[in-house]
Design a protein around this ligand. Structure first.
Ligand SMILES: Cc1cc2nc3c(=O)[nH]c(=O)nc-3n(C[C@H](O)[C@H](O)[C@H](O)COP(=O)(O)OP(=O)(O)OC[C@H]3O[C@@H](n4cnc5c(N)ncnc54)[C@H](O)[C@@H]3O)c2cc1C
Length: 602
């Protein structure tokens, strides 16, 4: 039976939040506490959002265990971003970090403690004292289950504040009115298969990352980039999508993450000769260099024949020297992952690891209040009325071309809170939600009904798998221009197959096949944005490393292939015509001097 206007139900709220991860629930808490009528939609039960899997920690210069201050954190984040991060947003985040963490502590988040009762902090990649001198202890941790502790704390505070959760609901499309303002979303209730239009004064996208566009990923299966697909289909640009982080230590063959906290606690990477090779690549920070750096070094070792195992295709992470007691206390989940996914007892032997896709630095462009912004046509930016985005699906941009570990959990709570505050003011100043246009649900209905009327065609999973193999082969740790160009042609071919995906089982109740088919329509937008933005960027910067543009670190004009003259700018990709546009990086912080660009060595 096809979907018609007649069987669509309507609901109205002050604010709709799509996503119940750390960012969505930090924002919803602020809003519910301010007395607003907030609906939070999630494809899964809130505490199953990917934030729950975060292991290592949340970054803040508390200085509990070694000297630290927010300016050092700010400097490290700018340098980590390879000067693509906006320095005003980075200052905003790093300055607020200590208070954001204390606030979590006061919410009841069960951090590990030092003997004096303060929050335990471990070293993490790229976080240093005094502008790169030595590693600093900045990652506030709850064992290796920091995300679990954070997400459960936020959920409980939201229950207390009476936030309304719509669990196992999938948002489909943004509703924009004739002025271009966002006035709500369409959504599918998975339990019943019913379609709704949800109307609100403000809509906040907090849908998390899209790591499932790659084959080998540390991400949850639900990370299909739905918010990005929704934004792209609504005509909005996606920013800096060429920058994808490979985490150095995914379990080889399984993809499951072993936190950087392992190396924070003292674990080291070794090659087939038993050599601690990071000493050669990053003499100061060694195994604690930023992730793009370590991942490339590992791949280089493998390329040069010093990989381990029968196929010489992984390196080893050695932890046994930490001692069983430290491992069981500080890294209990890592121990379990070793046993369950690699059949390795990490207290006794090293574990095979490979760089594995982990995080998208790009996303929906926003300002520090979470408001979604687009170019205004005369060199500036304009705000998209009624629409906000926070968390991994957004790009504010604090991570630039490479994110430092622990800075994502921080980004979630700092910008979740700031968006919550801005929406509260906006909502109180706005008498009522704008009217829904008469055709509010037409676009979603046409997508749904194409699936309803399909009798034969492609399996959604076949198309999704081809997206993943294409991205894995053409947008990896090391890229070449030829391979990226080929990737663009291939992903466009895969995109042409998406409209012929067929749905065999048309039942309404809990039809996960329908959900998966709709998810592929989001995956493909993210994959196209990534491939096309990547092929157009003719330089090496952060996680975007292209053999053709590689140069020595001491090349005065283009250190390590970075071309600041032409490419210190953000990419904007538009779905229509796969058009690209660019906008400048904001080099001026809010109060402190700019960190001037320089070669990025560690
Ligand atoms: C294994 C792992 C370990 C990590 N460890 C760390 C760490 O130690 N420190 C750190 O700083 N960062 C870490 N990260 C990164 C960090 O955890 C994520 O970037 C962050 O948690 C993302 O949070 P989020 O709120 O943006 O989205 P998520 O937590 O991914 O939540 C997304 C939400 O959106 C909902 N959603 C999505 N699409 C729809 C839709 N169509 N309709 C309705 N709801 C929808 C989902 O149901 C979910 O509730 C880690 C990431 C991974 C994968």
């Amino acid at each position: 039976m096809s979907y018609t206007q007649a069987n669509i139900s309507k609901r109205k709220f002050d604010v709709i939040i799509v996503g119940a991860g750390g960012s969505g629930m930090r924002a919803s808490l602020q809003l519910s506490r301010a007395g607003l009528n907030v609906a939070v939609l999630s494809k899964v039960f809130p505490t199953r959002s990917h934030t729950v899997a975060a292991q290592g920690g949340i970054g803040a210069s508390l200085g509990n265990m070694s000297d630290d201050n927010w300016e050092w954190h700010f400097y490290d984040t700018v340098k980590g971003s390879d000067w693509l991060g906006d320095q005003d947003a980075i200052e905003f985040m790093c300055r607020q970090a200590p208070n954001a963490v204390y606030e979590l502590e006061h919410f009841g988040m069960p951090f590990d403690r030092n003997a004096d009762g303060t929050i335990y902090q471990r070293p993490f990649g790229g976080h240093t004292a005094n502008h790169g001198e030595k590693p600093v202890q900045r990652a506030c941790a709850a064992a290796d289950r920091t995300g679990h502790a954070l997400l459960h704390t936020l959920y409980q505070k939201n229950v207390e504040a009476r936030t309304q959760f719509f669990v196992e609901w999938m948002a489909l499309d943004l509703i924009r009115d004739a002025d271009g303002d966002v006035v709500g979303v369409t959504a599918l209730e998975l339990e019943t298969g019913e379609i709704y239009t949800l109307q609100a004064k403000a809509t906040l996208l907090a849908t998390g990352g899209a790591g499932r566009i790659f084959q080998a990923s540390t991400n949850a299966f639900i990370n299909t980039g739905d918010g990005l697909g929704m934004a792209a289909r609504a005509g909005l640009p996606l920013q800096d999508m060429e920058f994808w982080q490979f985490h150095p230590t995914g379990v080889a063959g399984a993809g499951v993450l072993l936190t950087e906290g392992c190396r924070g606690e003292g674990a080291i990477l070794i090659n087939s000769e038993g050599e601690r090779f990071m000493e050669r690549y990053a003499p100061t920070l060694k195994d604690l260099a930023p992730r793009d750096f370590v991942s490339r070094s590992m791949d280089q070792e493998i390329k040069e024949g010093r990989g381990c195992g029968p196929n010489k295709d992984y390196v080893l992470l050695k932890l046994d020297h930490l001692g069983a007691e430290t491992i069981h206390k500080r890294l209990p989940s890592v121990f379990e992952i070793g046993v369950n996914f690699a059949n390795v007892d990490i207290t006794k032997e090293p574990i095979p690891v490979v760089p594995t896709i982990h995080y998208q630095m790009g996303g929906i462009p926003t300002n520090i209040h979470g408001q979604v912004v687009t170019p205004d046509g005369s060199g500036g930016e304009k705000i998209v009325g009624g629409l906000y985005a926070v968390g991994e699906c957004s790009c504010v941009s604090v991570h630039g071309a490479n994110r430092l570990g622990t800075n994502s959990l921080l980004d979630l709570v700092v910008f979740g809170r700031s968006a919550g505050n801005h929406i509260t003011e906006y909502s109180k100043a706005t008498a009522a939600a704008k009217e829904l246009p008469a055709n509010a649900a037409d676009f979603s209905l046409s997508r749904l009904n194409r699936l309803e009327s399909s009798s034969s065609g492609e399996y959604a999973q076949d198309v999704a798998n081809d997206i993943r193999t294409t991205m894995q082969a053409h947008a990896g740790v090391f890229r070449t221009q030829a391979s990226m160009d080929e990737g663009v042609a291939k992903i466009k071919e895969v995109a042409e197959r998406v409209p012929s995906i067929a749905l065999k089982d048309k039942s309404k109740v809990w039809n996960t096949a329908r959900m998966e088919a709709l998810e592929v329509e989001n995956l493909i937008e993210v994959a196209k944005a990534t491939m096309i933005s990547a092929a157009a960027r003719h330089e090496c910067r952060g996680a975007h490393s292209v053999d053709d543009y590689d140069r020595p670190a001491d090349d005065a004009d283009f250190p390590l292939g970075r071309n600041d003259k032409e490419w210190m700018k953000h990419t904007l990709w538009y779905r229509e015509g796969n058009r690209l546009d660019y906008k400048p990086v904001r080099l001026k912080p809010l109060t402190v001097p700019t960190v001037p660009p320089k070669p990025r060595t560690f």
